[in-house]
Design a protein around this ligand. Structure first.
Ligand SMILES: Nc1ncnc2c1ncn2[C@@H]1O[C@H](COP(=O)(O)OP(=O)(O)OP(=O)(O)O)[C@@H](O)[C@H]1O
Length: 559
């Protein structure tokens, strides 16, 4: 920015000196001056014009650099902040809306960051310099133009203040539109298969119509600013011309000086217009800054713990009188008491909506319980740093997310420090070596977006590989074998067995066969513990709910 300031000063000097030289040239030429002196003045004018162009190029180059460096840093801050924000925030905002806030709002600021201060200051100085020159030539013309310049600046600032809410509405409409687009693109398959394309298009058109209306209103403020400043300046130029024509007729001004006045009024137009453009940018920047600031000021609900260390090795899991609801008045889990020793595997069963997934979210500290305590390795999760908790847990969720990146990056989650041998060993353990050999570029092969081209089973085994590489001490498997054919199921079962070896595990499954590795069983019903005990004891007790479920599943299979 310092360099930009220096370049700007150079530009101002060139702009002020050029008309002085030209006026001198005109006076010399009309009064039959020395040819040599005229030649030197002409060369000087050409030199100044070239220097002006060179400075303009340098200014653009430096300004772009400043703008991009600043906005990139801001984008990175925002992304880091979004990663820190908790599940409640992300549930309330669509990904498209967040993309628009991280990119759209920040892009609006690029010009503002790079130029605003320097341009407004620089053009302010130029304005004062040119007015000073006009006073020097003729104080009446100087005074007249000062009045017009001040009036124009006041009008511009008034319009800016009035326009800011319109630009904020425009930014919101844009974020809403991208939020809508992101959501519907993610659900493309369902929309197509259910023939809802026409409804989506209609909604799209409605949103764009709304966006157009707010944008038009915001733009009209900009144009009204243009019209006001242009109108005032046209009037100012006319007055300056009239005054200088009168003086020329009276013989008090030379033709060179009249030219100088004309140039000066033209030169006044330029800084005023630049200031107007900057202020117009500021209208949009104002709105964006407020939105970026609001996002950065959103505090995660989860407060990071003071950093008590978790014990090493497989982690004990304890839920002590835990109650939770996403909304305070709608309980999802009530008074859950579970105690799982290190290295044991707990199978969780229950009807859909009974709160099984919610339970795992509490263990990963996506949410804090409303009552009771969740402990890992005997330590209250609120005492541990959130990152430290998550580093010790591996989750294979219902929806495995695979990135449009290489197999290696998908497995290591972009951690370049994981050696290839380790990846190969893990893939071998999970029986994926032949799958890898079929890929054209091995670990460097790129997976399609969202794991398209992979079966649900393959995606789940890759998710298991991802977790094995991280070597966590607690593994949570959320319905890992819900959609698999028997062949794939066998592979996944092997992968799960490997994954659970030497670790504490929690398996959530609708199909009871998946629970073969479970030592204990928890049956949830409407968010409450219906049954909790050793798998074998529950399975052999004919009066237990679990034994009942087993009987139902066996008879379904027989049918
Ligand atoms: N992010 C959320 N915000 C608000 N309510 C939620 C959220 N996630 C789940 N719920 C509600 O919490 C209850 C329990 O959901 P949960 O996903 O834990 O059940 P589940 O037993 O895992 O079901 P399933 O077997 O279908 O996965 C449901 O009534 C659900 O509507």
């Amino acid at each position: 920015m310092g360099l930009l300031g220096v370049i700007m000063c150079g530009t101002i000097c060139v702009q002020v000196v050029t008309p002085l030289v030209a006026s001198h040239f005109i006076d010399q030429a009309t009064s039959g001056g020395d040819l040599h002196a005229l030649f030197v003045l002409a060369l000087l004018t050409i030199g100044l014009a070239l220097a002006g162009q060179g400075l303009a190029v340098a200014e653009t180059y430096v300004a772009e650099n400043v703008g991009w460096a600043a906005t990139n840093a801001l984008r990175a801050d925002l992304v880091a902040h979004l990663l820190r924000l908790d599940a409640t925030f992300h549930t309330a905002h669509t990904s498209g809306e967040l993309i628009e806030r991280v990119d759209g709002d920040v892009s609006t600021l690029a010009r503002f960051f790079s130029r605003f201060v320097i341009y407004v200051l620089g053009n302010g100085v130029l304005l004062v310099g040119v007015l000073g020159l006009l006073y020097h030539v003729d104080w009446r013309v100087g005074l007249g133009m000062s009045v017009f310049a001040v009036l124009t600046l006041i009008a511009i600032l008034r319009i800016r203040a009035a326009a800011t809410p319109s630009w904020a509405a425009e930014r919101q409409a844009s974020a809403d539109f991208y939020g809508f687009l992101g959501e519907y693109l993610a659900g493309l398959q369902d929309i197509r298969s259910s023939g809802a394309g026409a409804f989506v298009l209609r909604r799209c058109a409605e949103m764009m119509r709304l966006w157009l209306a707010v944008r038009r209103k915001a733009q009209m403020w900009g144009y009204s600013m243009n019209a006001t400043s242009l109108g005032l300046f046209a009037l100012g130029t006319a007055v300056a011309f009239a005054l200088s024509a009168m003086q020329f007729k009276l013989g008090t001004l030379t033709i060179g000086t009249v030219y100088l006045i004309f140039q000066c009024t033209e030169m006044l137009r330029q800084p005023t217009e630049q200031i107007r453009n900057e202020v117009q940018d500021l209208q949009q920047a104002d709105a964006s800054i407020a939105r970026v600031e609001a996002l950065l000021n959103t505090v995660p609900r989860m407060v990071d713990g003071p950093g008590v260390a978790l014990p090493s090795g497989p982690l004990a899991v304890e839920l002590d009188g835990v109650s939770f609801g996403y909304a305070e008045d709608a309980p999802v889990l009530s008074d859950i008491n579970v105690s799982l020793a290190p290295g044991r595997v707990l199978g969780v069963v229950g009807r859909t909506g009974s709160g099984k997934t919610t339970l795992t979210r509490l263990l990963l500290r996506f949410y804090d319980p409303l009552a009771g305590v969740v402990r890992l390795g005997g330590v209250d999760l609120r005492e541990v740093r959130i990152a430290a908790v998550r580093a010790r847990i591996g989750l294979v969720s219902q929806e495995v997310h695979l990135f449009h990146a290489s197999v290696r990056d998908n497995l290591t989650l972009f951690d370049d420090d994981v050696p290839d041998e380790q990846i190969h060993t893990v893939l071998d353990t999970l029986g994926l070596t032949s799958w890898l050999q079929e890929l054209p570029q091995g670990l460097d092969s790129t997976l399609l977006p969202d794991g398209a081209g992979l079966s649900a089973g393959q995606a789940q085994i890759l998710a298991c590989a991802r977790i094995l590489l991280r070597d966590p001490d607690l593994v949570i498997l959320d319905e890992p074998s819900s959609r698999l054919d028997p062949m794939m199921d066998q592979l996944v079962q092997t992968a799960l067995r490997r994954l659970l070896e030497g670790r504490t595990g929690i398996i959530i499954a609708h199909r009871l066969a998946t629970l073969a590795y479970a030592d204990d069983i928890l049956v949830l019903e409407n968010g409450q513990v219906r049954e909790y005990g050793s798998r074998l004891a529950l399975a052999t007790d004919p009066t237990s709910r679990f034994a009942g479920l087993l009987r139902v599943e066996t008879s379904e299979v027989a049918l």
